[in-house]
Design a binder for this molecule. Structure first.
Ligand code: SF4
Ligand code: SF4
Length: 437
């Protein structure tokens, strides 16, 4: 979700005065996700949307959702309003959203048209975002729509690092690969001067390719690379060791190629401000999945995030809906209760004492909706990612302290990882080397 977070940060930067807290309430830009179809032209092997279908959102459904958002009627105002969220990000997902590019165009036009008519405060602060597999990027209608909304659009094509990695998972239903199409789309968009977002998903099956994937993207011209380890079960201790080695190799690449990580590049695996204890009063949820975001599915059912939809929960829990486009949001006891539960949860209520007091808690993430999938309540925390975060912390100590040294920067990243934890991942000699930096 980092992609839309960056958009949100951009809006905060452009309009800082609008993001000043009101009382204790934090002001932020909220994201509304429209799942315009659950159909897809690929059959990716790891896709979390296990229940793919052929549903398409009707324009009437989309229109009702926009009307609810703009009028604030039927409970919507309490969930989202321009005071709490000065900007709006309307995110289109699928399946593959570009299969419904005509609908996307109509939704964008209707949204802006209504905002003009209502002289709505969101008019100048609404952005659209599309994340696509790139397969139908060159179709004339797609090109027309992308160009039409270009100045309000964040467009990204999912590329899983290099060809081998991408084609091992991202295939058509008949098994043929999709890398060449994705990369042609990404390059064309960047050549036209478009901003290209990215998202590399690191899982047990591909963690050994992390270095290849990220360096390949750098060579393709990406200068902002978002990568994260999946939250799902399946990580083994050995993966943490592999991940550390991959991060170290990547760090050496960045140092050798003199990449400027302060001005020119952002690679989310390396974060200067993470890997330390969190303040006790920092109770913020990791993401907006606790009642800050909204998502609507093709049938017009409303959820707190797309990950709570039936298509994402692998049949393990019932969909966590909180309303629909006809009746509105929180209009029955069940939906009210769900939203109240979401609004009450924070880092303290979800975390065990071990996580809450963890010396490297800063930057260790969780997915509130996945927690619901695992535990039947969003107010819990799955920690399958634990060792991967610790490995990332060690990789960051290596990277930043070498980076500061190389560039003569008077900074030092402190190592908060306890030795005992580190020695489950790296050798004593490696530990000693990290502490000598
Ligand atoms: S999951 Fe592990 S690394 Fe993350 S906060 Fe909890 S104990 Fe710390
Ligand atoms: S609940 Fe999960 S999928 Fe939804 S915003 Fe949070 S991390 Fe992302």
């Amino acid at each position: 979700m980092k992609r839309t977070e960056q958009y949100s940060e951009r809006l905060s930067r452009l309009y800082p005065e609008l993001h000043e807290p009101v009382g204790t309430e934090k002001i932020l830009t909220q994201t509304i996700t429209f799942q315009v179809t659950d159909d897809c032209n690929l059959a990716c092997k790891y896709c979390y949307q296990t229940h793919k279908g052929k549903k398409k959102m009707s324009f009437d459904t989309a229109k009702k959702m926009i009307d609810l958002l703009l009028t604030g009627e039927k409970g919507m105002r309490d969930y989202i309003n321009p005071r709490r969220s000065p900007g709006l990000i309307i995110d289109f997902i699928g399946g593959e959203p570009l299969l419904e590019v005509g609908l996307i165009d109509r939704i964008c036009s209707y949204t802006i048209g209504q905002m003009i008519e209502l002289n709505h405060p969101w008019l100048m602060k609404t952005m659209f975002s599309i994340c696509s597999n790139g397969v139908c990027y060159f179709e004339p209608e797609v090109q027309k729509v992308l160009q039409k909304w270009n100045n309000r659009l964040s467009f990204s094509v999912t590329v899983d690092g290099n060809k081998e990695l991408h084609d091992s998972c991202r295939v058509f239903p008949d098994g043929h690969p999709s890398y060449d199409l994705a990369i042609a789309a990404a390059k064309d968009w960047m050549n036209k001067g478009g901003y290209m977002g990215s998202k590399v998903t690191i899982a047990p099956a591909n963690v050994m390719h992390t270095y290849d994937a990220i360096t390949h993207m750098i060579e393709l011209g990406y200068n902002e690379i978002n990568a994260n380890c999946v939250y799902e079960e399946g990580w083994k201790p050995v993966h943490a060791t592999v991940f550390y080695d991959q991060l170290k190799k990547l760090a050496d690449y960045i140092l050798e190629h003199n990449l400027d990580m302060e001005k020119d590049y952002y690679i989310s695996l390396f974060e200067e401000k993470y890997f330390r204890p969190k303040q006790e009063d920092d109770l913020e949820n990791w993401c907006g999945g606790n009642g800050v975001m909204l998502a609507v599915d093709p049938d017009g059912i409303i959820y707190p995030c797309l990950r709570y939809m039936e298509s994402s929960l692998a049949g393990q829990q019932e969909p966590y809906s909180i309303g629909d486009v006809d009746t509105g949001i929180c209009q029955c006891e069940c939906h009210k209760c769900r939203v109240e539960c979401l609004k009450k949860i924070d880092r303290r209520t979800q975390s065990t004492d071990e996580c809450f007091n963890c010396p490297v808690a800063e930057g260790c993430s969780w997915c509130t909706a996945y927690n619901y999938q695992v535990f039947g309540t969003p107010d819990a925390r799955a920690t399958y990612i634990c060792n991967m975060h610790k490995a990332r912390a060690l990789g960051n100590i290596y990277f930043w302290n070498n980076y500061y040294k190389k560039h003569g920067i008077d900074k030092h990243m402190e190592n908060y990882v306890p030795e005992k934890w580190a020695l489950d991942i790296i050798t004593q000699a490696e530990w000693n080397m990290l502490n000598s930096l």
